[in-house]
Write a new protein. Structure first.
Ligand SMILES: [Zn+2]
Length: 395
């Protein structure tokens, strides 16, 4: 099953049921719509049970029927519709498992002056076997499903407005007195006799779209640096002072030293030494060597050290890592965090789950603010910073 799109509704007589479903098939369907008995009333009606709307593109055909062609799918879709419509509130849901399939659903209302509360509840849902495939379509699907729901709602609002103008009292009376006999089909509610053909075309288009996620590619990979020099500096300067210097370099503060070679070595902790151009000039750390290493800085100690900095310091201080092992180890640590910064820079929406899956914690925020600044444009960077602060409750 590649995926099936369906429209379901809550019938006041029959409860939740499927009104229409669209499938993509490689060839002409071998079977007609199944012969299950399905609820029937004006409100549940769309196409006749033995009727199908069919479109073709060069690869596939798209078949819309009242219920799916296969009996097992009809059952799964019915279950999904019940689940989607049993949620009190309108809105979007993901649910499912490998047995019953995975579902993205969006429930919404259309106006009906004869219904209880003058609204009828509908849902559009997509059912798929493959969870990842489905969730990859999340952003795309929801945008268009919401558009379709919006259009149906708009059509029905117009019909409803006209009805209210023509016979305001009668509608109210009917809704009160005859709650069980007021079912009207979606084509009546929207005033569009061909609404099911429209839905067929929308659903076929959605099923036929290939989602391609374009991920920006940058060929600037960190060049392995002579890490033995960095380890020597780490030992000479001492862990305490090195901590402050590393903090400044990794979070984009200005680091100053009279020895350019030493600076170059320190900047090897960044994926690209050119990042120094985006460092904050107002925060600095000046390193001098007289008898001792002297550091003059206006950068405050943030408390907890970032994961990245900890990993670098652990590698530098770990005597078991030989010179030849230290270099790939440092490169892989830097690459790992560069990867995280890039993911945050191109993902359309950041949330706690994404950050947790990347193992990003609150004390990693300063590093990521600077690293994403070097991976994204200004507007995007502003929204990344805002999201990071919001998610971790930092003001
Ligand atoms: Zn019904």
């Amino acid at each position: 099953m590649e995926g099936i799109l369906a429209l379901g509704h809550f019938c006041e007589t029959h409860g939740p049921c499927v009104v229409l479903s669209t499938q993509r098939c490689k060839g002409d369907p071998e079977q007609g719509p199944h012969s299950l008995t399905v609820p029937w009333c004006e409100a549940c009606q769309s196409l006749e049970l033995d009727q199908a709307l069919v479109s073709r593109d060069e690869y596939c055909i798209y078949v819309t029927t009242r219920t799916p062609l296969q009996q097992d799918l009809a059952f799964l879709l019915k279950q999904a519709t019940v689940r989607s419509l049993s949620c009190e509130q309108e809105g979007t849901l993901y649910f499912g498992d490998n047995e019953r399939g995975h579902v993205i659903s969006h429930s919404f209302t259309v106006h009906d002056s004869l219904a209880r509360g003058f609204l009828r509840k509908y849902t559009i849902l997509m059912l798929m076997r493959d969870k990842l495939h489905l969730l990859n379509k999340w952003t795309f699907l929801l945008k268009h499903i919401k558009d379709i729901a919006g259009i149906l709602n708009e059509y029905s609002a117009k019909v409803n407005e006209e009805e209210q103008l023509q016979r305001p009292q009668r509608s109210v009376r009917q809704a009160q007195n005859q709650p069980n006999n007021t079912g009207r089909s979606l084509s009546q509610l929207t005033g569009k006799p061909a609404i099911y053909a429209h839905l067929h075309l929308w659903f076929a288009w959605l099923l036929g779209c290939q989602i391609i996620v374009e991920k920006p590619f940058s060929s600037n990979l960190p060049v392995p640096k002579p890490s033995s020099l960095l380890r020597t500096l780490f030992q000479e300067i001492g862990q305490e002072k090195f901590k402050l210097i590393a903090l400044c370099i990794l979070t984009g503060k200005t680091v100053d030293a009279s020895d350019p070679n030493m600076l170059e070595t320190l900047y090897s902790m960044l994926p690209d030494p050119n990042w120094v151009q985006k460092a904050d000039k107002s925060k600095y750390c000046k390193i001098r060597k007289e008898n001792n290493w002297l550091i003059d800085s206006n950068v405050l100690n943030p408390g907890k050290t970032s994961t990245l900095q900890n990993e670098i310091e652990n590698a530098l201080g770990d005597a078991r890592l030989t010179e030849s092992a230290l270099e790939p180890q440092l490169t892989s640590i830097v690459m790992h965090w560069l990867h995280i910064a890039r993911v945050l820079s191109w993902c359309p929406q950041m949330d706690l789950k994404l950050l947790q899956s990347l193992n990003v914690q609150k004390h990693d925020i300063p590093v990521l603010i600077y690293w994403t600044l070097n991976c994204s444009d200004c507007d995007k960077h502003d929204s990344i910073v805002k999201s990071l602060y919001n998610i971790y409750g930092v003001s």
